[in-house]
Design a protein around this ligand. Sequence first.
Ligand code: PLP
Length: 444
Amino acid sequence: MRRSRGGAGRDEPLERSLSGPREAHAARAASLDARDPLAPFAAEFHRPAAADGRKAVYLCGHSLGLQPKAAQSYVAQELADWQRLGVLGHHAAARPWIGYHEHAAAALAALAGAGEREVVAMNSLTVNLHLMMVSFFRPRGRRNRLLIEKSAFPSDRYAVASQLAFHGLDPAEHLIELEPRPHEQSLRTEDILACLEREAPRLALVLWPGVQYLTGQLFDLGAICAAARAAGAAVGLDLAHAIGNVPLRLHDWNADFAVWCSYKYLNSGPGAIGGCFVHERHAAAFDLPRFAGWWGHDKARRFEMEPQFQPIAGAEGWQLSNPPVLSAAPLLASLDIFRRAGMSRLREKSIALTGFLEEAIERRLAATVEIITPRRPEERGSQLSLRLALPAPAARRCHERLTAQGVIADWREPATLRLAPVPLYNSFGDVAAAVDALAHAVGA
Ligand SMILES: Cc1ncc(COP(=O)(O)O)c(C=O)c1O
């Protein structure tokens, strides 16, 4: 596959002999698929059926990733070991349950750009966010504000507002919400950095997304983390839409913490076990406030059942409970696929696929569809967010028509259609078919 700035094969002329843009895109999709070294991975995933029984075109990995076929055998193994061994499975299962989360550490560390001691699979995203804020949101004196972006995912906003209230602070005064300039969809890095400088003396914590859930904007996390730390604030990242989607370098970026879920690009199933990063410089910061549980206690002495909590050094020290083995098993199945595919190859294909989608929309649907995701590949992941130039009920009906044609995408009120071609299981042919269906749905 050749890399081009904006997308797949932009450097190749469209087949001129073909009768129209639809046929030309289909032909180019077929040729790109034929040369895609990652194409065989699609066969490792179950693909839902459309209403007519054919395989759906699934562009919803930003919401719930597809099921790796191997997930079933990973879960079946644990059910079988539980049947066969009962409680003895904690030590005698094929993957002993007592350290089950440890099997995810190496692959998660690779995806997060972190050391193995800096990551842990545990809980779910919002739970981890609260646990991290207990340790890293420590308002003191004038330094008592928390910065997020205005369109932060609602759960994050609820979490930070409740943490402020927990500290006796009023979100109306102590929560800073940065929004894009008027008539712009994305935040400019320069505006984020200027805000960090302006608010520096008052900031206790900056909580930022890796990829914005609604617009698909990928932020310059290195610059944001550096500026937040220079401002004297702690910095945490919500990587729900970033992990498994874009390469990350959490250790080098010096984030204090990060949290994520595993049911989107990590394909680990609804409500799957989440994840957490804590920077190595806090590994032995045992004096930090933290909410403790026995699974964060010194492993060697956990079963001595002592009353005094002694945290494990590193991210594992923030664990509360023994790992939910059945919800962690699909994560291991998926991480094995990531290990074999490799994040740099996935990113290369993701840029090509998303560029191909962008190009097809521009050529065929520019009159009715506006792309609100940043246009530079380095400012986005796999997702394109679209606004349809139609009244709200008609736009919503387009989403329904897409579903009826077997294209599974996602609609966010009041007016955003989100499409995510995922390099592990989507093809260029999927993208061409989705654009055909969208053209039909909008009547173009
Ligand atoms: C950006 C973002 N943050 C937080 C959440 C909440 O995740 P959970 O329900 O796993 O806590 C989501 C869920 O989709 C999300 O997209």
